[in-house]
Ligand binder design. Structure first.
Ligand SMILES: Nc1nc2c(c(=O)[nH]1)N[C@H]1C(S)=C(S)[C@@H](COP(=O)(O)OP(=O)(O)OC[C@H]3O[C@@H](n4cnc5c(=O)[nH]c(N)nc54)[C@H](O)[C@@H]3O)O[C@H]1N2
Ligand SMILES: Nc1nc2c(c(=O)[nH]1)N[C@H]1C(S)=C(S)[C@@H](COP(=O)(O)OP(=O)(O)OC[C@H]3O[C@@H](n4cnc5c(=O)[nH]c(N)nc54)[C@H](O)[C@@H]3O)O[C@H]1N2
Ligand code: SF4
Ligand SMILES: [Mo]
Length: 694
C-alpha cells in the first residue's frame, strides 16, 4: 500500500515541512511540502533515507565496558540501560545535590519535556545550543528591544535591499528564506554581501565586499556615522520608537568612512554609498543580524550595531524589514500547552553552572544558558562540581571549542548519558548510550511556529523504527519514573502530548491532515507603526542606551578596539558550513559523505606561495590548543589574513567509518573564549600556523 505522510525534516534544525511517500512500510520518496516549499528539499533533506537505512547509526542501547573512549560496548535491553542510568543519576543527586546534574540539548520540539525533567529533579542546569550558535545575537536583541532574536523574523519576500555580513544564506541554508529571496530578486531586490571570502552567496549578490577579518564593527560604526550626519534615518519612526539617539550621535562622531576604510579595506566612498542606498529603500531594507560571521569576544557590540542600523532605517516591524513574531493569542486563539507549564512543577532554583543570571554572565539568556562554560565549570569546579551530564541531540565534545580541554573535562565526570541517533563524539565518550528513533520513525511534540502568520507543524511517524530505538519523549518519561518524578510526565502516547498542547488552543489533531500544518492567520499580522508597536524594554522603545546593559555595568556603546592582527606566519582561523552537511551530524551519512568527504583549508594564493604550498597538497595546521592535517585549497577568494575550514570534520570515532579521520577539526584548534556579555563563543579568536605536511 502506498501513502503520503506530511511530516517535518530533521536533517537539520530548520525543520522544513515535508511530504513522505511510504510504500509497504518503506520510505520511497521525500520532497518539500508542496503547500509551502513547492516540493523543494535540500541535499541533506534528500539524504534522510540514507540515514534511515544507515547501519552505522545507533541501533540499540549500550553500556560502556572498557575505558572511556576505548570503544568497548555491551548491547543491553532498554530496561537495563535505563535502570543503570537512573541509578547513576540518583547517586549524583542524593550524594552531591541535584545541581551537579547538567542536561544539554540542541533546542528541539521536545525541549519542554527535557526542561520538565530537570525541574522535576531540582537542577537549574538545563542548557541549549543557543549561546554556542548565536548567544550574542539573542542578547543584543534583548538589550535593544526586549525581544530575543527568536521572537523576530525576516520579511525576505518584500524587502528591497538586504545586507548580509557573512550570512552565507545560499550555503548555510534555510529553504523558505532562499525561495523568498530568489523570487524577490527577480522583482529587483538587491543583495549586498560582506565576507572575508567569496562564497556561493557572494555569487548571488549585487555587491560583494571582501572585508578584513573581524572589522565589521568598524564598518557599521562608519555606516551609522554617515546615516546620522546626513540625516538618512527614518525620522518619524526614530522620533516615536527609538531612544538614545543623541548619545549615539556623539559616540559615532569620530568613526568616519575614511577611518573605516583603513580598518576594513573597504573604500570610504563605497561605505557612504551603501548608507545612502539603504536609506533610499527604507523601511524595506534589512541589515541582517546574522548568526556567525565575525565571532569575537566583543561580539555583543557588533550585533547591537546591526540591530541599531535596522532601528535607524525604521525597519523593525515593517513590511520588507524585520517583523516581530506573533503568537496564537495575537491571532485570536488560546494558549499553546507545554509540559513545563505544570503548576506544581518546582521552579528552577540556585546558581547555574554557567553563571548566567549571576555575576559571571548577568544578561545572557537564562532560558538557554551558556554551554561553552560547561568544560570550564567542570574543570575548575566553579561554582561547584558537576558530576553527571546528560546530552540529547547535541555533541558538546565537538560543538564547544577546544576538543582536548573538553575531553579532559568530561573525563572528570562520574557519569555521562547520551541520547543521539549517531555515534557522536560525546556518545563515544559516554557511559550509557540511548538510541533515539530517527525523525522518519517517530512522531514528536507539535511545533508552534510563531511569526507574522503563526503556524503549527506536526512531525508524524512515517515508518516503524528499523532498530531497537525509541522517541525521546518516551525515554524521558521512562527515566523520570525511575528517578521517582514520574508524576510530572502524565502521558502514555504522543497523542496525549498533542492533546495537552492543543487543549486550550482550539485546534484539533485532524486539522493537520489536509496539509501537514495549521496556519492560525490568513494574512500577516503587523502592528501599527504609528502607535501600536510593543517593545518589551522598560521604556517601551528601542533603547540605544540600554537599561539592561547599563543596569548591569556594561556601557551601551564601546570604543572601537582593533583586533590584534595575525603575527608573521600566522592566520586567523575562521569556520563555517557546507550546503550538504549539518554541523557535526551528517559527515558519516552514506550519501553526503560522498558529496563532501572531507574539509579543506582555504588559503590565499600569495600566502600559499610564500609557504611553498600548492593547491590540493596536505598541510599541517597548528594552534596553541591542537593540531590538524588537511588538504589546502589555494585561492584568491579569501582575505590573506585568514584561513577557513568547514566545521565538523577531523572525527575520532572509529565506529563511523565513512568520516573517521578525514579532514581537520576546527574544534581541536579553537580556544574556548566567549563574549562574556552576549554569550557567543569567540570562534574566530584563534591564530594558526600552517606548513606543508611532512
Ligand atoms: N567549533 C565549533 N563549534 C560550533 C560551531 C562551529 O562552527 N565550530 N557552530 C555552532 C553552531 S552555529 C551550532 S547551531 C552548534 C550546533 O551544535 P550541535 O547541536 O551539537 O550540532 P548538530 O550537528 O546540529 O547536532 C548534534 C547531535 O545531534 C544528533 N542528532 C541529530 N538528529 C537527532 C535526533 O533526531 N535525535 C537525537 N537524539 N539526536 C539527533 C546528531 O547525531 C549529533 O550528534 O554548534 C556550535 N558550535
Ligand atoms: N547546510 C547547512 N545550513 C545551515 C546549517 C548547517 O549546519 N548546514 N546550520 C544552520 C545554523 S545553526 C546556523 S547558525 C546558520 C549559520 O549560517 P551563517 O551565519 O551563514 O554561518 P556560516 O556558515 O558559519 O558562515 C559564516 C561566514 O562568515 C564568514 N566570516 C568569517 N569571518 C568573518 C568576518 O570577520 N566578517 C564577515 N563579514 N564574515 C566573516 C565566513 O567566511 C563564512 O562564509 O546556518 C544554518 N544553516
Ligand atoms: S534545510 Fe534541508 S536538511 Fe534542513 S530541514 Fe530543510 S530540507 Fe531538511
Ligand atoms: Mo547555529
Amino acid at each position: 500500500m502506498k501513502k503520503d505522510v506530511y511530516s517535518m525534516c530533521f536533517m537539520c534544525t530548520v525543520r522544513c515541512p515535508i511530504k513522505v511517500t511510504v510504500e509497504d512500510g518503506a520510505v520511497r520518496w521525500i520532497e518539500g511540502n508542496p503547500h509551502q516549499l513547492k516540493g523543494a528539499l535540500c541535499a541533506k533533506g534528500s539524504a534522510g533515507t540514507a540515514l534511515l537505512n544507515d547501519t552505522e547509526r545507533l541501533r540499540y542501547p549500550m553500556i560502556r565496558q572498557g575505558e572511556r573512549g576505548e570503544g568497548k560496548w555491551k548491547r543491553v535491553s532498554w530496561d537495563e540501560a535505563l535502570d543503570y542510568a537512573a541509578e547513576k543519576l540518583k547517586a549524583a543527586v542524593t550524594k552531591y545535590g541535584p545541581q551537579t546534574v547538567a542536561f544539554g540539548e540542541r533546542q528541539n520540539l521536545n525541549t519542554h519535556i527535557s526542561k520538565t525533567f530537570m525541574r522535576a529533579i531540582g537542577s537549574p542546569n538545563h542548557y541549549t545550543h543557543d549561546s554556542m550558535c548565536k548567544g550574542s545575537v539573542n542578547t543584543a536583541f534583548r538589550t535593544l528591544t526586549g525581544y530575543t532574536d527568536a521572537d523576530v523574523t525576516v520579511d525576505w519576500a518584500n524587502t528591497k535591499h538586504v545586507i548580509l555580513y557573512g550570512r552565507n544564506l545560499f550555503e548555510s541554508l534555510e529553504l523558505k528564506p532562499i525561495q523568498a529571496l530568489m523570487d524577490a530578486k527577480e522583482k529587483g531586490t538587491r543583495v549586498t554581501y560582506i565576507d572575508i571570502r567569496s562564497t556561493v552567496t557572494a555569487s548571488h549578490a549585487d555587491r560583494f565586499w571582501m572585508i578584513r577579518p573581524g572589522t565589521d564593527l568598524a564598518l557599521n560604526y562608519a555606516l551609522i556615522h554617515v546615516i546620522l550626519k546626513e540625516n538618512l534615518y527614518d525620522e518619524e519612526y526614530v522620533h516615536r520608537w527609538v531612544s538614545g539617539l543623541t548619545e549615539l550621535r556623539s559616540f559615532v562622531e569620530p568613526y568616519t568612512p575614511e577611518w573605516a576604510e583603513e580598518e576594513t579595506g573597504i573604500p570610504a566612498a563605497e561605505i557612504t554609498n551603501l548608507a545612502r542606498e539603504a536609506s533610499r529603500d527604507k523601511p524595506q531594507v534589512i541589515f541582517h543580524y546574522g548568526y556567525r560571521g565575525a565571532h569575537h569576544t566583543n561580539e555583543i557590540y557588533f550585533r547591537r550595531s546591526l540591530i541599531i542600523l535596522n532601528a535607524l532605517m525604521g525597519s523593525i516591524e515593517s513590511k520588507g524589514g524585520l517583523i516581530i513574531k506573533k503568537g496564537p493569542k495575537d491571532a485570536g486563539y488560546g494558549t499553546f500547552g507545554k509540559l513545563v507549564d505544570q503548576k506544581d512543577l518546582p521552579k528552577p532554583k540556585g546558581e547555574r553552572f554557567d553563571g548566567v543570571g549571576g555575576a559571571k554572565l548577568p544578561i545572557a539568556d537564562p532560558a538557554h544558558g551558556v554551554g561553552s562554560m560547561l568544560p570550564l565549570a567542570i574543570l575548575n569546579e566553579d561554582p561547584y562540581p558537576i558530576k553527571a551530564l546528560i546530552t540529547h541531540r547535541l555533541d558538546p565534545m565537538l560543538s564547544i571549542p577546544n576538543y582536548n580541554q573538553n575531553k579532559k573535562a568530561f573525563g572528570k565526570l562520574d557519569f555521562i548519558l547520551t541520547i543521539d541517533i549517531n555515534f557522536s563524539e560525546t556518545a563515544w565518550y559516554s557511559d550509557v548510550v540511548l538510541p533515539e528513533s530517527m525523525y522518519l520513525e517517530r512522531s514528536d511534540s507539535i511545533q508552534m511556529a510563531n511569526g507574522p502568520k503563526p503556524t503549527l507543524y506536526m512531525r508524524r511517524q512515517c515508518v516503524p523504527p528499523r532498530y531497537d530505538t525509541k522517541p525521546f519523549w518516551e525515554i524521558a518519561k521512562d527515566l523520570a519514573k525511575r528517578l521517582d518524578v514520574g508524576q510530572f510526565f502524565p502521558y502514555e502516547t504522543i497523542e496525549d502530548i498533542w492533546s495537552l498542547q492543543l487543549k486550550d488552543l482550539g485546534v484539533k489533531v485532524e486539522d493537520f491532515d489536509a496539509k501537514g500544518f495549521v496556519a492560525l492567520a490568513k494574512n500577516p499580522i503587523l502592528w501599527n507603526r504609528k502607535d501600536g508597536l510593543k517593545f518589551k524594554t522598560p521604556s517601551g522603545k528601542i533603547e540605544l542606551v540600554s537599561s539592561l546593559m547599563e543596569k548591569n555595568g556594561f556601557p551601551s556603546f564601546q570604543k572601537y578596539e582593533p583586533l590584534n592582527p595575525p603575527a608573521e606566519g600566522e592566520f586567523r582561523l575562521t569556520v563555517g558550513r557546507s550546503a550538504v552537511h549539518t554541523h557535526v551530524s551528517t559527515q558519516n551519512n552514506p550519501y553526503l559523505s560522498e558529496l563532501v568527504p572531507e574539509n579543506t583549508l582555504w588559503l590565499n594564493t600569495e600566502e600559499a606561495q610564500k609557504l611553498g604550498i600548492a593547491n590540493g597538497q596536505y598541510v599541517e595546521v597548528t594552534s596553541d590548543h591542537g593540531f590538524g592535517k588537511i588538504k589546502a585549497f589555494v585561492t584568491d577568494f579569501i582575505h590573506p589574513e585568514a584561513v577557513f575550514m568547514l566545521h565538523g570534520f577531523g572525527r575520532q570515532v572509529p565506529a563511523t567509518t565513512r568520516c573517521n579521520g578525514k579532514g581537520a577539526s576546527d574544534t581541536a584548534l579553537q580556544e574556548n573564549v566567549s563574549d562574556m556579555i552576549g554569550g557567543s563563543p569567540g570562534l574566530h579568536e584563534t591564530f594558526v600556523r600552517v606548513r606543508p605536511a611532512r
